[in-house]
Design a protein around this ligand. Structure first.
Ligand code: GLN
Length: 545
């Protein structure tokens, strides 16, 4: 019998519900349990694939091609829970499914309503990841208790325990306990009110996790326990972590969260194995080198727009015992101020993915700077496409060469629409998406990094390398280092004469874990480190000049 944990949030958004849920998943896995992670999002978009990164941060892509919320990235970095399209549902998806059923006549004769039709659909979604061999499903409910949009989800998780049995469900509420400087004390009232909202709709949280900047005293916890109707041991402190998100699980263990969950759900769990995780934190805390890596993006001012890229760089840094100082550089700033001013001191340049014309020329300038100066370069998706355009313009002499995404009538369309995309008009879920196999060229840099020739990586694009130009690129020194297994779609390009210049059409950042960094990120950071062997002390070296 699979057990269910529901994680809700209160008081404010951005409390780190995703990280907390991922941490719980990781702890239960490290106690030998089989865990599945799931997120329900209250917005009406069917998936976040159509949303701007400014609205919602990164769109996280799964193997099966689902375009999902970035919290699923935390789940995959912290746990080994296999994720698929049942791992992320939105209000839009739930309603779409109910409305389609109504049109097909499946509710013939009935008035279709939020309760029971929408809530039944949500309950079916909650049950999806459960089954044979799965010990626990952890479902995070997006939004905050009290939001109009979250109501059907909260109602559904309340009903769920009636069907599945109260003993098989656990409600965890993440809340904020703010510190008021003027009063010089922590305030528990917002937590009481948030739990009050949940209790009004029939949910009594079993465990409260309190985000706070100061430690809770025994009295604070006792007060919260009394007003929120939970035992004091179920009031768990989650103090802000300035250093690394990977500290969160360990601090929850300190407050006994894993044991509490195991006991409350009657799980048959083994002892907690934390050696690997402790080693990770030790490495993070004790770097031997310091590297400056520029990520030249077009959404750089948004903290979460390149979340998985920043994380993957950190993972590769851990592998090389290097602290990565990530410079978030806006490609429009490169256009305005020139690459010299913004990129002169860096050890590596990464140009990530994106859509639309704005900021493209700055990305192309950054590629040129990396190529000409021999600075390790890593281009991802749009970043690879910009590298191809830059090479065509400045090495092959194809003036103004570009992607047809930005210039439909370009005389040198070195990047063009994928054939399969030509007849597609709908925007949602219609790109080339998800895991696709690729074959690497023997002895290429990529093949050396992966240590194998057959790979599978996740994609999210409509445009591709234009094969008409392939011989010309090879002739001038940009090699195709990986293609689809039939040899047709270009997946990897490299400049062998450059210290490290690799562009990939896919998104390797989605498959990097802190204890298992992605081979290309590891290769890139390794090359950046080689460029600055003098830097052996964090904060020392040549100061990035
Ligand atoms: N806009 C480009 C395309 O659609 C690149 C996409 C991306 O970077 N994810 O092909």
């Amino acid at each position: 019998m699979t057990k269910h944990i529901f994680v809700t949030g209160g008081v404010v958004s951005s409390l780190g519900k995703g990280l907390t849920s991922a941490s719980i998943g990781m702890l239960l896995e490290q106690r030998g349990l089989s865990v599945r992670m799931q997120k329900l999002d209250p917005y009406i978009n069917v998936d976040p694939g159509t949303m701007s990164p400014y609205q919602h941060g990164e769109v996280y892509v799964l193997d099966d091609g689902s375009e999902t919320d970035l919290d699923l990235g935390h789940y995959e970095r912290f746990t080994n829970s296999p994720l698929n399209r049942h791992s992320n549902y939105t209000t839009g998806q739930i309603y779409l499914s109910v409305i389609n059923k109504e049109r097909r006549g499946e509710f013939l004769g009935q008035t279709v309503q939020v309760i029971p039709h929408i809530t039944n659909e949500i309950k079916a979604a909650l049950a999806m990841p459960a089954g044979e061999g799965v010990d626990v499903v952890i479902t995070e409910i997006g939004g905050t208790a009290g939001d109009i949009e979250s109501q059907p989800f909260l109602e559904a998780i309340r009903q769920f325990s009636l069907d599945a049995g109260k003993e098989n469900c656990l409600y965890i509420h993440l809340t904020l306990v703010p510190y008021l400087k003027a009063a010089a004390e922590l305030k528990t009232k917002p937590t009481q009110q948030s739990v009050g909202i949940l209790r009004q709709i029939g949910i009594q949280p079993d465990i409260l996790i309190c985000r706070t900047e100061r430690s809770l005293s025994r009295d604070d916890r006792a007060k919260i326990a009394l007003f929120c109707n939970v035992p004091v041991e179920a009031v768990i402190e989650e103090k802000d972590k300035d250093f690394s998100v990977y500290e969160v699980p360990l601090s929850l263990v300190e407050h006994g969260l894993d044991e509490l969950i195991v006991r409350k759900l009657g799980l048959k769990a083994g002892p907690l194995k934390l050696e690997q995780w402790r080693d990770l934190l030790h490495r993070l805390r004790n770097p031997e080198h310091e590297l400056s890596i520029a990520v030249v993006g077009k959404y750089s001012e948004h903290r979460d727009a390149y979340k998985s890229i920043y994380e993957a760089l950190d993972h590769a840094g851990v592998a090389h015992r290097a602290q990565i100082l990530i410079q978030r550089i806006h490609s429009e700033a490169v256009e305005r101020e020139g690459p010299e001013r913004l990129l002169a001191g860096v050890d590596g340049i990464l140009v990530p993915g994106g859509f639309g014309e704005r900021g493209i020329e700055g990305k192309v300038d950054a590629v040129r700077f990396a190529r000409q100066r021999g600075i390790p370069f890593f281009g991802i998706c749009l970043g690879m496409q910009c590298a191809v355009a830059e090479f065509a313009r400045n090495v092959m002499g194809l003036e103004r060469a570009n992607s047809t995404e930005f210039d439909k009538n370009n005389p040198h369309p070195v990047i063009c629409l994928l054939d399969e995309q030509r007849t597609i008009t709908d925007k949602g879920g219609t790109m080339r998406l998800g895991a696709q196999p690729a074959r690497l060229t023997p002895d290429s840099r990529a093949a050396t990094c992966y240590g194998t020739l057959d790979i599978s990586e996740r994609h999210r694009h409509r445009y591709e390398f234009n094969n008409v130009y392939r011989p010309k690129f090879t002739e001038h020194g940009m090699q195709v280092a990986g293609t689809s297994p039939d040899g047709i779609l270009v997946e990897v390009v490299e400049i062998p004469s450059h210290p490290w210049f690799v562009g990939v059409q896919y998104h390797p950042e989605f498959k990097s874990q802190p204890t298992r960094p992605h081979p290309l990120f590891a290769g890139f950071v390794g090359a950046a480190l080689k460029r600055h062997p003098a830097r052996t002390e964090p904060g020392g070296g040549d100061g990035g000049a």
